[in-house]
Design a protein around this ligand. Structure first.
Ligand SMILES: Cc1ncc(COP(=O)(O)O)c(C=O)c1O
Length: 277
């Protein structure tokens, strides 16, 4: 079945869902998005993603052309029309059709897509390549991924799966996921310079019932000296970082606290789904 896409008030088959060349997302990269999963037709943490999308829109001075209720209905319709056991849902909004190619239009362009999605196995860790960078406005989920996409060739050359952003002696996040370190059974995640990830938020909400948890600046030195490192995101849930540059963590295996959080997160996600049913 062909993918059905919502675009500016219409739902169309993918090949007919087109955007004009004057779109400000295309010509100036001015836009935001958000991504989440739907499992068996039920969106996971949808209200958190709507909150973040609204926050990104407000901080970017972009008006959302639909109310929250309308946007939720559009999302549910896209999930219904693209029936897959595991669906990745994306809301994209740009500065619209700009007359002068610079000033945002009165009406933003709004797109919602739903594509089949799959997770990588949870028992496999990832390798990161450190990269000196901090996203320009870290609290906004903008369309700008220029730096990590440009680094893809370099990553491939060193066998890395993703990047670790650091600047001025502090780490912040990876390209599309948040970073946590574990030291002496304490779980620590950067507060400044990172996107407020929805997965991160949920981990923080329940991890404090089991471990000591800190949200604060994390120095690169603390990172290198960590007992375990893991990363979190909607496309990953919780994944171990077993190596960064030449430094191997937890003997190249998924550490025991990371494993515990993987289990706790799965149970938490399931329980949230049940409550929403
Ligand atoms: C830069 C960045 N940091 C962190 C995250 C993780 O956020 P979430 O858990 O909401 O997927 C993402 C992905 O959304 C991201 O793009």
């Amino acid at each position: 079945m062909q993918e059905q896409i919502y675009i500016n008030g219409e739902i169309l088959p993918a090949e007919q869902a087109k955007i004009h060349v004057s779109d400000l997302g295309l010509v100036r990269g001015y836009g935001i998005f958000d991504f989440f999963r739907a499992i068996d037709g039920k969106p996971v943490f949808i209200e958190d993603h709507l909150d973040r999308f609204e926050n990104s829109a407000r901080l970017m001075n972009l008006p959302i052309p639909s109310s929250r209720g309308q946007l939720r209905d559009i999302i549910l319709e896209i999930i219904r029309l693209n029936p897959h056991p595991l669906l990745g849902v994306k809301m994209i909004m740009t500065g619209g059709y700009s007359e002068d190619g610079y000033t945002p239009a009165e009406k933003s362009n709004l797109i919602v897509t739903g594509k089949p999605f799959s997770f990588k196995p949870a028992d496999v860790g990832m390798k990161l390549m450190s990269l000196e960078y901090r996203r320009e406005i870290p609290e906004i989920k903008t369309l700008n991924y220029i730096v990590p996409i440009r680094a893809l060739q370099q990553m491939k050359a060193v066998g890395a799966d993703d990047v670790l952003y650091h600047q001025n002696g502090k780490i912040s996040e990876s390209s599309r996921s948040n970073i946590f370190i574990v030291k002496d059974e304490k779980i620590i995640t950067p507060l400044d310079g990172a996107l407020f990830g929805v997965t991160r938020k949920h981990i923080l909400s329940f991890a404090k019932n089991h471990f000591e948890v800190e949200e604060r600046d994390v120095t690169t030195q603390e990172f290198w000296e960590a007992d375990e490192v893991f990363t979190t995101g909607s496309t990953k849930r919780v994944v171990a970082i077993t190596q960064t540059d030449n430094q191997v963590f937890s003997n190249g295996k998924v550490g025991k606290i990371t494993q515990k959080l993987q289990e706790l997160f799965l149970a938490h996600e399931k329980a949230t789904e049940k409550n929403n049913a």
